[in-house]
Design a protein around this ligand. Structure first.
Ligand code: DC
Length: 225
């Protein structure tokens, strides 16, 4: 194991386990760069849509990669995401993109391009990176690896509340089914599926406040610094 030049925290886990909420707070408290890798896979899914490609068109999507730039810019309450210079912060969270991102992110060329981009982001700053394969594949030498989980019911309820705040009403049962479908696809794909790294610490957020989860992880980080 080679110690990275800058400190790395990897947070993985299934959809809506609280990864980005927790990672954002930790990054702000510790002054680390936050990298939301799910947003990157969502952005390439939007790129396919904008190019008029079918999400099934693996070769077409592969051909888009060299022409695609994805950038993050600071923003509140969420980081802003730009695809080829155009803001897609809201579009990447639409239901259509959410329901197709697992397929697009299963393509080998997409994964290797995203992993290269993600590793580059660790070269000059300490990072907190969240996703599905950070501890297993992207940053195998990260000093701290967390695997965040929560029950499906609680995750569906969190998504329900988020949607309601945005004025969207999707019933709880549908959300539960969508989350389960995404969990299944993310954990069963061929290349770097969602799985807990052998040296990751599992943190269950079911019924636990955001503050408590942040404190638990912050303690784990300070022990490694
Ligand atoms: O974290 P999220 O829900 O925004 O992620 C969207 C999708 O992107 C997720 O369903 C699978 C994919 N993803 C991935 O394959 N690998 C990652 N490191 C992050 C996300």
């Amino acid at each position: 194991m080679t110690k990275p030049a800058f400190f790395q925290v990897a947070i993985d886990g299934p959809a809506s386990a609280g990864k980005s909420t927790i990672a954002k707070i930790l990054a702000s408290n510790l002054h680390y760069v936050y990298v939301d890798t799910g947003a990157m896979y969502r952005a390439i899914t939007v790129a396919a849509k904008k190019a008029g490609l079918s999400y099934e068109d693996e070769a077409g999507i592969k051909a888009l990669l060299p022409k695609t730039s994805i950038e993050f810019k600071p923003g509140t309450p969420v980081q802003r995401v730009f695809l080829n210079g155009e803001e897609v912060t809201e579009e990447i969270r639409s239901t259509e993109i959410t329901n197709n991102v697992s397929l697009v992110s299963s393509y080998a060329a997409v994964r290797s391009d995203m992993v290269d981009k993600q590793r580059k982001m660790t070269e000059e700053n300490p990072v907190i990176m969240d996703g599905r394969d950070i501890g297993t594949t992207v940053l195998p030498d990260a000093q701290v690896k967390i695997f965040l989980v929560a029950s499906v019911s609680e995750r569906a309820e969190r998504r329900y509340k988020e949607n309601k705040e945005k004025g969207m009403t999707v019933d709880l049962e549908t959300l539960k089914k969508e989350i389960e479908a995404r969990d299944y696809k993310d954990s069963h794909r061929e290349i770097s599926p969602l799985t807990k790294a052998s040296d990751a610490i599992e943190v269950d957020t079911t019924g636990v406040s955001i503050e408590e989860v942040v404190n638990t992880i912050q303690d784990l980080i300070s022990k490694q610094q």
